[in-house]
Every structure is written in C-alpha cells, then in structure tokens.
Design a protein around this ligand. Sequence first.
Ligand SMILES: CC/C=C\CC(=O)SCCNC(=O)CCNC(=O)[C@H](O)C(C)(C)COP(=O)(O)OP(=O)(O)OC[C@H]1O[C@@H](n2cnc3c(N)ncnc32)[C@H](O)[C@@H]1OP(=O)(O)O
Length: 719
Amino acid sequence: MALFSRVSGSVGLITLQNPPVNALSAAVRQGIVDSVKRALSDPEVKSVVICGENGVFCGGADIKEFGGNMSGPPLIPMIHAIEAANKPVVAAIEGSALGGGLELALGCHYRIAHSKARLGLPEVSLGLLPAAGGTQRLPRLIGVPAALDLITTGRHITAAEALQLGIVDQVTKQSTVNAAVNFALNVAEKPLDARRISTFPCPHSSDLDALFEEAMQKVQKSARGAIAPVACVQAVRAAATQPYNQGMEREKELMATLFTSGQARALQYCFFAQRAVGKWRMPNGACWDTSKPRPVHKVAVIGLGTMGRGILVALAQTGLSVVAVETQEMQLMEAKQAVSGMLERGAKRRGVVPTLHNITYSQNIKSVAEVDLVIEAVFEDMALKEKVFQQLSAVCKPGTFLCTNTSALDIDHLASQTGNPELVVGMHFFAPAHVMKLLEVVYGPRSSPQAVATAMHLGKKMGKIGVAVGNCRGFVGNRMLKPYIEQAFFLLEEGGTPEKIDQALEEFGFPMGVFKMSDLSGLDIGWRVRKGDGLAESSAASQQSPRIRDGRRYSPLGDLLCEQGRFGQKTGHGWYQYDKPGSQLARSDPWLHSFLEGYRAQHGLVARRIDQQEVLERCLYVLINEGFRILEDGIASGPEDIDIIYVFGYGWPRHRGGPMFYAGMVGLAKVLERLEHYHQAHPDVPYLQPCSLLRRLVASGSPPVNTWKEVIKKVRSQL
Ligand SMILES: CC/C=C\CC(=O)SCCNC(=O)CCNC(=O)[C@H](O)C(C)(C)COP(=O)(O)OP(=O)(O)OC[C@H]1O[C@@H](n2cnc3c(N)ncnc32)[C@H](O)[C@@H]1OP(=O)(O)O
C-alpha cells in the first residue's frame, strides 16, 4: 500500500509500503493512485514528495505478480497522471530505484537521491524491457547512447553517476526525505512544462542508423540468443525516431512479446532461484534460522597454484586478514607477484586502494595456527590432501574450520584425517576464483551446520553465490558434467566433429562448446582422473577392448589425445589447434579430423551425419538425467540448486533457466521419451537410462518445477 500524509504544512508525502523493497504490487499501485488524487484535490497541498518506507524507494514492479493474473491499476496511466499533475512531484530516492521504481521517479518532475542509492532499469535481466515508459523517457532525458547502455545491460548505477548523467537533480548525504520536502517547498509554485520528460525531444546524434546498427551488433554478440536485449534496442530506437505516443505503442508491443516468452519465465525463475539457494537447508533441517555462522576474522589459504591465488585475491578484497602458505619458495615468490598484480589491477578498475597489506605470506604451515578458517587449495591429489589435513588438524587452534577446494574428492574421507570432522566442509570455487560467482559449499555426513553456515556466510562476503550441496563424487556440477562429456566423445566416434558439436552447444547459448571448454581447462585433468579410476589404461597394457570398461561403452578418444601430449590450449593442441601454447583462438585441426577417421576405421565405426538436435538431446538430456539422480539422492535440496550451479558455474544460458528448469520447459515426458529412445539404441550406456525420479514426475503429470521438492520428498520417503 501507500500512505498519504501532509508535512511542513503544504507538502503531500506519499510513502510506499511493501517490505522489503516496496515493490509496486497491485495494492501499492492502488495506494499511489489514491494518494496522488488526494494530493491533487487538496488545496492545502502545493507540492508532493514520493518516497519509500525503510530507506528503500522502490525495487520495481512486483515480479511475483508476473506469473499470475495482473490486477489493480496499471503502471503506465499511473505514471502519466503523476507527470501530468499541476503540482510539482519530487521523488526522494533512498536505497534502490530500480525498474518500475525508476520509471515512477522519471514520471516525477524532480528527483533527489541519497548518495548511497542505486538506480537502474534491470528489466532486461528478467527477460523484459522497461515498459512503463522507461525506454521512452530515459533517452529523452540523458540521450540515446547512455540510455542504450543502461537499458540493454540493466546495470545498477550509483547516485553520483545518476547525477552526472542527469537522471537525478540533486544528491544528498543527509535525510533524503527532508531534502526532498525542502526542495518541494521551494518549487511549489514553479511552472512544470519544462519538467515533463515525455514532452522532451529525444537528443539526436548525426548518424542514428549507424548508432543503432552498432548497438544491435553489440547486444546480439553478447546476448547468446537472449531476445530481451534486442527488444530493448528496438524500443529505444522508437524513442529516437518517433513521437512519444508512438514510441509508447512500440514499447507496449515489444513488451507483449517478451512478457509471454519462455525466456522471461526462465530469467524470472533464476531471480528467485538465486535467492532461494541463499536460504540453504541441510537434509537434517539445519538452516540460517537454526545455525549461526561463527565470526571469521583471519583466514588461511594453503597452496598458491591458479586456484589458491584466485581464492587469495577474493579473500583479500573482502578486507579480511589472510595467511597464504606455499611450501615451495619459487612458487611462493611467483604467487606473491601474481597476486599483488591481480589486486592492483582489480583496485584500479574499482577505483579503490589495493589490499596488499592484508596478506601475510609463509612457507610454514604452522603460521596458520591462529586463523579462524583454512581453505586448502593444493594439487588435486588425495594423498597430498590427506597429509595437509592431518597437519592442519595438528597445528590449528581448536575450533578452526578446515575447508577444501577439491572439485570432486571425498570430503568425508578428508574429514576423517582430522580430530574434528564436524569442522570440515568443501568450498569448491570455480576458476578464475576471484571472478567466477559460484561456490559449492559441500557438507559431508559429519559436517556441522555451523561449519556450513560459516562457509556460506564467508562466500557471501566474498561476493559469491554459495550453494550448499551434499558430498558425492564431483558434487553437483562436475558429477553432471561427466555424462555430458561422455556423450560428446561418443558423438565424435559416431561421426561428429568437435566443431559441429561445439557449434550446436554454442547456438544453444553456452559461451563455449564442450571441446573448446575441455581445451581451456586442460585435457590432462580428466585423463588423470580416468587413470586414477583405472579407465584410461594404454591400449597395449589393457586386457579389455579399448571401447568397453566393465561391460559399459567407453571412449578412449580423450586418453589417446593425451598420450600424444595434446592437453589443449596450454600445449597448443587439443581438440583444436592454437597458434602457440597458451593462445586462446581455437582453429579447426586437420590432424584431428584424420585421426578421427583413422580411429573409426580401426574400430569398424561408420560415420553418420549427426544433426544439431541429436547433439543437444544426447548431451543435455543425459546431464539433466544425472540432475534428477542428484535430486533423488538428496545431494541437492531442490532443482534451484542445480540450476544456479549450472548458470553461474558452467555457462548454462541464463535465459534457459538452468538444466532442470529447461527440462520442464521442454516437457518432462519428452525428455523421458528421448532418453528411453537413446538408451534403447545404446543399452551399454547406463547414464542414458532414465532416472526413476524423472519417471515418477512424468507419472504424476509433470508438475511445475517449483513443486518438485514436494514430489521428491514423497519419493524419498518411499525409498
Ligand atoms: C510494466 C513493467 C514495468 C516494470 C518492470 C519491473 O519493474 S521488473 C522489476 C525490476 N526490478 C528489479 O529487477 C529489481 C529486483 N530486485 C533486486 O535487484 C534486489 O532485490 C534489490 C532491490 C537490489 C535488493 O537487494 P537485496 O540484496 O537487499 O535483497 P534481495 O535481493 O535478497 O531481495 C529481498 C527480497 O525481496 C524480493 N524482491 C526484490 N525485488 C523484488 C521485486 N521487484 N518484486 C518482488 N520481490 C522482490 C526478493 O525476492 C527477496 O525476497 P525473499 O523472499 O526475502 O527471498
């Protein structure tokens, strides 16, 4: 709702009230409409201030309402009525003015912002555009290039930038409402014609066509198939080329297409899923309410390879005091130099002072004795990690949390190397760790809820999106990646090429296909794991057929490449060729194609044409199938966990909502039918066998993804 009051004698104060962000729900819109009418009809009221309760102006339209039947007064006429008012209306912006919140402010005649406020039109990240006049008013106010930037990226800007762009008229460090009321008193009798943004001409550049062509190319390149950024450019173009009313019509038309699109549903699902995973819950019911994090003042990072350095940078940037341990002197010196450079560059970008002094470097593990939490990031080798955990358990003060950055190894086994297994959790960062948002917080059966709470809390402080998951081989992300990569190898055997398979996945929206990704991360990593598992035996040493392991189909293609020293980008050759070791531009490699032909001939395989649909179905449905197994096993507490892990850690296109949401969009019955089809064709590939949870969901009528948790609970209680 919105509360009306009269302050300072003649100022009508309208306060939006809808905690926590004063979203423009039907009740709030109704409250604004009623309050504006009241203010305009009250002769005692000479000017009006609109503000939000509890230090937040407005977080925009109520996203929860988008899924249902919209009721209450619509936004556009409400904002028009404010702009058309014959008494000055001032927006007092504290906290956030986002989306419809900023559009409401743009309908006001003046805008005063608190210095800490953030403003923006983030609709594009929800698959929409600012359709309450935002695409028409903002370019008229600040010009086309700046408006295009804000509307197509959805970025939030500071009050200082908003002032510089001309979005706000004044910035204050004091009470914004008081400043706005004083301002409103001063402008009470002033004429308003020059303050109605919809009447402004849109500032024109000399070559509009070139400007929009460039903007369109830019969004198409970065959007990876997302339609909203394209619609945003089209709407702003209407502002620049058409009268306001026609521009509004175009905005409405484009919004109608976006609003009902699957992409908008997927992106809005991601918005809520991201917030849902923050409210983690362990199978025993532990969550924030029951388990408070322990304060962490001092942290240690053990091992300063690529991952350790990234983690160290992310920690130092939070302002925490960090002890960095690396036993090899050379490696320590190199790491120190590299980390300082990373911190300096990061600080320069953000316009802050680098936090180099937060770090103490040491070669001695005993220097971690006084820290509150340790993150181990040594080489991915169980014997080495076992030793480190035994040492940590001996040298750390009682109660120190011991975390491992392993990407797949058994957390419980590592916990068993220590005197206090309840203090051990996984903190699985993604490379580069100071950039990537995702953090898998992995609990073993003995991890205490407080250890999980502390790791989740520290992750949040580091700017990460933490997802708490159970312990199993590869946890959630890497466990699902295994069948996906396996299918890609099989497709190569059957006639595919790395180029065609990658193209299908990139057109789906991944930033890079499976083979480019594998070249980037290094083929030797998977090879080492397969060797450890006894899979990647050299064909001469092996007693079994090179294409079968334990009665299951196996592709030794990756192993054969590694045997040739082709480890990907770092060696200049992998599934592609590169100009030199370390180069990033993947080029098609004729050697690889003749190698594949030779391999097929050797194994009596006849290449067939594999279309894009088969690539997507086999690679993605098998990954989704493993996601259902993970849900069935209780490793992830809901589909949101899996989807957020894939969107933030593995490049799954956000506008497709994550693998589990995508399965729902495709139709669970269809996913099941295609898996059955492929499993029939490849009975020796167990990953293609549909998971029983998927069968049960289909049998229970394929309920929407936000209700799966209930079905899963029932299924698990019956198991
Ligand atoms: C005709 C169409 C016109 C306009 C279209 C729009 O306006 S679309 C909406 C555009 N607005 C946004 O995209 C803003 C979304 N919100 C945020 O970015 C952040 O929530 C915000 C406002 C910066 C606050 O961040 P903070 O970290 O402080 O809180 P958090 O994100 O955890 O949110 C707290 C709870 O509020 C819920 N929520 C936030 N915004 C909205 C919203 N616009 N509608 C509905 N609900 C919203 C959020 O889900 C959290 O809920 P909880 O149950 O506590 O998890």
